[in-house]
Design a protein around this ligand. Structure first.
Ligand code: FPP
Length: 250
């Protein structure tokens, strides 16, 4: 069945180059089973592996996952430390396989806030997967889009103060270059799981013309089938980027 969906994606032509995902619903998944929330996150970690493999199969070039927001620092300390341990565990378990699959990992966000152990793990996986050419896996950790935009404004202001940039050269491209996502094109498709219909401070600049796909499936239950279905839905969309595709009426 997944092979059929994959065949259909290939028949339709190009897959979205860049897919971004708000992985939501781990807590509800755990609650449905009367388990503590960290169990949901652990199950969510398995889904990350599944979706990375599915993205490679479908020919996606960039996968950007929202793993931990700046707002998530307000969660109970036990949940934060469970999430940080999972991140380290994910890196320890998966780094070699990611490298063998041709995945290059980048972590986007305010990494100064992370514990030294988590920072060291991130540095390691970024270094060890550096040559990956098949898929760029961006993990957004301690990330919020407004903070990213404020950081971009600060970096530009510094350059103006130093005299290395002129005020009149601050345009959309100048801002874009200061975002964490500068090396990649904007997401073509955003997926959010768990039925919520929000952007939640994720890639606000980058999502300007992104196609949205919301599914009720809770993140730990997501399989590559769900990813393929989202891609097929995307391939049916008519992307106009604010222009018209049919001749304008007289
Ligand atoms: C949202 O669910 C999910 C998170 C805040 C964390 C996402 C983390 C993972 C998928 C696992 C670890 C990831 C990596 C990359 C190793 P929620 O807790 O807000 O769920 P709820 O809305 O049902 O409470």
């Amino acid at each position: 069945m997944t092979d059929e969906l994959l065949g259909q994606i290939r028949l339709n032509g190009a897959a979205p180059r860049h897919v971004a995902i708000i992985m939501d619903g781990n807590g509800r998944w755990a609650r449905e089973r009367n388990l503590p929330r960290p169990f949901g996150h652990r199950a969510g970690m398995k889904a990350v592996r599944e979706i990375v493999e599915g993205a490679i199969e479908a020919g996606v070039e960039v996968l950007t996952l929202f793993a931990f927001s700046e707002e998530n620092w307000q969660r109970p300390p036990t949940e934060i430390s469970a999430l940080m341990s999972l991140l380290e565990e994910y890196i320890a378990k998966e780094a070699a396989e990611l490298r063998d699959q041709g995945v290059v990992v980048h972590v986007l966000g305010e990494r100064a806030r992370l514990a030294p152990g988590a920072r060291a793990a991130i540095d390691r996986v970024e270094r060890d997967t550096r040559g990956g050419r098949r898929l760029a896996l961006n993990l957004c950790i301690s990330y919020s889009s407004r903070a990213e935009l404020a950081r971009a404004a600060r970096l530009l202001a510094e350059e103006v103060l130093k005299g290395t940039k002129r005020l009149e050269d601050i345009d959309e491209e100048a801002v874009r270059e200061k975002l964490y996502t500068a090396p990649w094109s904007d997401p073509d498709l955003l997926i959010r799981t768990s039925g919520e219909l929000r952007i939640s401070n994720f890639l606000l600049w980058q999502l300007a013309y992104t196609e949205l796909y919301m599914t009720p499936v809770l993140w730990p239950d997501v399989t590559r089938r769900d990813l393929f279905q989202a891609i097929l839905d995307y391939q049916r969309r008519d992307r106009r980027f604010g222009k018209v595709t049919a001749p304008a009426p007289p």
